[in-house]
Write a protein that binds this ligand. Structure first.
Ligand code: ADP
Length: 498
C-alpha cells in the first residue's frame, strides 16, 4: 500500500501543480497586480505538498475504516444490543475529542495563513531590497519577519500539542468504554444465562482489535483537518477569475488593413476605477498616432486593451470590420506587438529573449530586427554575441539596451500594428538617440500607437489624441492642437520645460 500511495501522491502532486500553473497562466492580470510573487511560490511549493499529504490520511482512513466495518459487522453477529452500545460510546468518544479536532483545524488554518504572509513578506522585502537598504530599514524588516516566523512555528507547535493530546485521550476513554461494555455484558447477559461466556470472550477479543483502529481513525481525521488549511489555500487560487472572460474568436487575422477603431470603449478595473470612459478613436492605418495625457489619464490601459491583455468592459475595438475579440489569439498576437518601456528579460540567451514566442522565425527576420533596433553594436560587444546569457544571473544590460531589446522582440514578429510605450526614464543623450531612431525605424510603414512622453515624438506623429481622466478631450495634428488651450497646451508646456 505504501508503494501505491507513493505513486498516487506523485501523480496528484504533478497534476495539482500543472492544473494550478494552467489556471494562473490564464488568471486575470489583476490577480498579479494584487498579490506579490512570493505568495504564488508558497502555494506551488508548500501548500500543494501539504495537500498531497492528505492522500496518506484519506487512504489510511479508508483502509482502517473498512477493517473496522468488518469487525463491527462481526460484533453485530455476536450481539446486536451490545454493538449498538459500542457504536453509541464511539460516537460519544468522537464528541469528547471534538475540541482537539477543532484545535487541529485552527492550527492548520493558522499555518496556511502564516505561510502565505511569510511568503508575501519575503517577496516584498527582497523584491524591494534597494528601498529597504536605502531607508536603513533592515532591523524593522527583520522584526516583522521574526513575528511571522514565530507565529508560523507556533501554529506547528499547537498542532503537535493537540495531536499529542489525541492518542492518550482516545486510548484511555476507549479502554474505560470497553471495560464498561464487558462489565455490563457480564452482569446483564452472561449471569442471567442469555449469553454464553465463550461468546463474551470472542466479543471482547474483537473489541480489543477494533479499539486501536478507532484511535487511528480519529487521529487521521485530526490530521486531515489540520491539512485542510493547505487544501483550502490551493482551492482559493484554483478559483482565481480567469482571463479572458469570453473566449477569443476563431477567425484568422491575416493583416490589419484599415484603421483600428475604438467604439465607445469603457474600461473599469476590477477594483472599481473607471480608467476609460466611452472612448471613440481611430488609429490610422500605416500612420503614427500619439496618445498624450497626464499621468493616470488611461494611456496604458488603452494600450493594454488593444494588446488584449484586458477586455473592454463595454464597447468594442473594430479591426477589418470585426470586433477584435473575434480573431484567434495566435493571429492577433502575431499582428500586434508591444514595445515596453523596459524589456523584461528572461534568464536565457539574448537570442532566446528576442525570439521569445516566435522561436521558429527565420534567421533573416532576426538579423533585420537587430538592425532595426540598433542592436548590432550591442551584440558585437557581448562576450558570446547573441548567445550571451542575459536576464537573471546573466550579464547586465543598460536601460537603453533593454529598450532596444524590447524593440527587436516586437519587430521580429513583423507585426502590422505596433504599440510603443515610450520611456519616461532619463537615458543619456547617446542611448536616447539610439532608442529614438530605433523606434522611428520600427514604426515605419506600420500602424503605430505611441504612448508619448516626448515633445519630439508628439510633434512627429501624424495624429495626436489627448486623453484626460479616461476621456478623449481633443485630437488633431500638432498644428491644429498647438493653438488651442486646454490639456494639450498644459502638457506641451510641461514637456517643453523639462
Ligand atoms: P496612464 O498610463 O495615463 O498613466 P493608466 O492607464 O495607468 O494611466 O491609469 C488609468 C487609471 O486606472 C488611473 O486612475 C489608475 O490609478 C488606474 N489603474 C491603472 N492600473 C490599474 C490597476 N492595475 N488596477 C486598478 N487601477 C488601475
Amino acid at each position: 500500500s505504501q508503494v501505491l500511495v507513493a505513486g498516487l501522491k506523485r501523480r496528484t502532486a504533478v497534476h495539482l501543480r500543472d492544473a494550478l500553473f494552467g489556471r494562473m497562466q490564464q488568471a486575470d492580470l489583476d490577480v498579479f497586480d494584487r498579490s506579490p510573487g512570493g505568495e504564488l511560490a508558497n502555494v506551488f511549493l508548500v501548500e500543494t505538498y501539504r495537500s498531497t499529504l492528505a492522500i496518506d490520511a484519506l487512504l489510511g482512513m479508508l483502509q482502517r475504516g473498512s477493517i473496522a466495518l468488518f469487525y463491527v459487522a462481526a460484533l453485530f453477529v455476536l450481539s446486536w444490543p451490545l454493538t449498538l452500545l459500542v457504536l453509541g460510546l464511539t460516537a460519544a468518544l468522537g464528541g469528547t475529542i471534538a475540541f482537539v479536532h477543532a484545535r487541529l483545524a485552527q492550527a492548520g488554518t493558522d499555518l496556511a495563513d502564516f505561510n502565505h504572509r511569510m511568503a508575501a513578506a519575503l517577496g516584498q522585502t527582497f523584491g524591494g531590497i534597494r528601498v529597504v537598504r536605502a531607508a536603513n530599514a533592515q532591523a524593522r524588516e527583520a522584526e516583522r519577519f521574526h513575528a511571522l516566523n514565530v507565529g508560523q512555528a507556533g501554529a506547528e507547535e499547537r498542532s503537535a500539542h493537540a495531536s499529542s493530546l489525541l492518542f492518550p485521550l482516545t486510548e484511555t476513554l476507549a479502554v474505560i468504554g470497553a471495560m464498561l461494555i464487558v462489565g455490563l455484558a457480564y452482569l446483564f447477559l452472561v449471569s442471567p444465562g442469555r449469553m454464553l461466556g465463550s461468546y463474551l470472550l470472542a466479543y471482547g477479543f474483537i473489541l480489543l482489535r477494533l479499539l486501536p483502529l478507532l484511535n487511528q481513525l480519529y487521529g487521521l481525521q485530526g490530521h486531515l483537518l489540520y491539512l485542510a488549511g493547505g487544501i483550502r489555500e490551493v482551492q482559493t487560487w484554483m478559483q482565481t477569475p480567469i482571463f479572458p472572460p469570453r473566449p477569443f474568436g476563431r477567425i484568422e487575422l491575416a493583416d490589419v488593413r484599415g484603421d483600428l477603431r475604438f467604439e465607445r470603449v469603457t474600461y473599469r478595473y476590477p477594483g472599481g476605477t473607471l480608467a476609460l470612459k466611452e472612448v471613440d478613436l481611430a488609429v490610422a492605418a500605416g500612420r503614427t498616432t500619439a496618445i498624450v495625457g497626464p499621468s493616470g489619464s488611461g494611456k496604458s490601459t488603452l494600450a493594454a486593451l488593444l494588446l488584449r491583455l484586458r477586455a473592454p468592459t463595454s464597447g468594442r475595438i473594430v479591426v477589418n470590420g470585426l470586433d477584435y475579440w473575434d480573431y484567434t489569439a495566435d493571429s492577433w498576437h502575431r499582428a500586434v506587438a508591444l514595445v515596453e518601456q523596459e524589456a523584461f528579460l528572461f534568464h536565457g540567451t539574448l537570442r532566446e529573449n528576442i525570439l521569445y514566442g516566435v522561436e521558429t522565425a527565420d534567421p533573416g527576420a532576426l538579423a533585420r530586427a537587430i538592425e532595426i533596433a540598433n542592436l548590432s553594436d550591442v551584440v558585437a560587444g557581448l562576450p558570446d554575441g547573441l548567445d550571451t546569457l542575459v536576464g537573471e544571473r546573466g550579464v547586465m544590460v543598460s536601460g537603453g539596451q533593454r529598450q532596444r531589446i524590447a524593440i527587436a522582440r516586437a519587430i521580429v514578429r513583423n507585426p502590422t500594428v505596433l504599440i510603443l510605450d515610450e520611456a519616461t526614464s532619463h537615458l543619456d543623450a547617446v542611448s536616447e538617440q539610439l532608442v529614438q531612431s530605433a523606434l522611428r525605424n520600427a514604426a515605419r510603414g506600420r500602424t503605430t500607437l505611441v504612448i508619448a512622453h516626448r515633445l519630439s515624438t508628439i510633434r512627429d506623429s501624424d495624429h495626436i489624441v489627448v486623453l484626460d481622466a479616461g476621456r478623449v478631450v481633443d485630437e488633431g495634428t500638432w498644428e491644429s492642437l498647438a493653438g488651442r488651450r486646454g490639456t494639450f497646451a498644459r502638457l506641451t508646456r510641461g514637456l517643453a520645460g523639462t
